[in-house]
Design a binder for this molecule. Structure first.
Ligand SMILES: C[S@@+](CC[C@H](N)C(=O)[O-])C[C@H]1O[C@@H](n2cnc3c(N)ncnc32)[C@H](O)[C@@H]1O
Length: 272
């Protein structure tokens, strides 16, 4: 795989993550006690708006139990577990980071969902799935790590059935340079932001029709301001996954949104 993927993998390397999660989760109860998506929400929803943002995006997807869903860049699996728990559907997650996939599988055992929710290590640019395998694809806060956007969206289109839905919820550029470090990249070297317009221009030509396009920057700003006012989230939180500097990384994303350098795009597409 290319150098830039190595840089991204390095950012999410999370050494010893599953062991650290085991220790952190001991505060919630014994190992054989089932955990809920709500209990894990502060640590397994790695995007602006947390669990509520996943729930909001899911409403736009019209998911039913018979649909097969793929979450690209699934992180430690919180969105995938939420979707399956809420709609009764099968969800597959794929992520570049092996420690994240290992942690996602462990957390899914802890929530008792392993029969319906599975994870694979792989690149969004070479998805390890057959053509037309999924009804719905989610992409939340992942595209900003991917330089080859045409390649990314082409792969997503390939694995979707015709008429399938693609939902993206991502950070976009408003033109200027963001302040670093941010949660997806500690330096500009592994950050590949596009504007909302350029994102649409990359998605539509590979076989998608826009159904919804929404600027969610205000909601994103409000969420960061509420976080700042309420102090650190309850433990265990994303600090276990990314390290203590997640506080600084998140604060910088909040500042980039508040100062208008970055925005948030929510968009839904139909595969044509
Ligand atoms: C900010 S996290 C978001 C995780 C998850 N979508 C969520 O919202 O909780 C970004 C994720 O994208 C993954 N990622 C970045 N580039 C990728 C690529 N080329 N292929 C697959 N996953 C990638 C990272 O490993 C990381 O887990």
């Amino acid at each position: 795989m290319t150098d830039h993927l190595d840089g991204v993998r390095d950012h999410y390397r999370a050494t010893g993550l599953t062991e650290r999660l085991k220790t952190a989760l001991a505060t919630l109860g014994p190992e054989d006690q089932r955990l809920t998506p709500q209990q894990l929400g502060a640590l397994d929803q790695f995007h602006t708006g947390g669990l509520a943002a996943t729930a909001e995006l899911a409403k736009l997807a019209e998911i039913t139990a018979d649909k097969s869903v793929l979450d690209v860049g699934s992180g430690v699996g919180g969105p995938a577990r939420y979707l399956s728990a809420t709609f009764g559907c099968r969800v597959t997650g794929v992520d570049l980071s092996e420690p994240f996939v290992d942690a996602a599988r462990y957390l899914t055992e802890r929530t008792g969902q392993s029969a319906m929710v599975s994870f694979e290590t792989g690149s969004a640019l070479e998805l390890p799935f057959d053509d037309g395998r999924f009804d719905i694809v989610f992409l939340q806060h992942v595209a900003m790590n991917i330089a080859d956007r045409a390649g990314l969206y082409r792969e997503i289109r390939r694995v979707l059935k015709p008429g399938g839905k693609f939902l993206t919820y991502d950070v976009v550029s408003n033109g200027g340079e963001p302040l670093f470090p941010v949660p997806w990249s500690r330096t500009p070297a592994t950050s590949y932001l596009l504007t909302a317009t350029a994102t649409h221009q990359a998605i539509e030509p590979v076989g998608f029709r826009t159904l919804i396009s929404r600027d969610d920057s205000e909601a994103g700003k409000a969420w960061f301001m509420a976080m700042r006012a309420s102090g650190p989230p309850p433990s265990p939180n994303l600090g276990v996954v990314m390290g203590r500097d997640i506080v600084e990384l998140s604060a910088n994303l909040g500042r980039n949104l508040v100062e208008g350098r970055l925005g948030i795009l929510t968009a839904v597409f139909e595969a044509v």
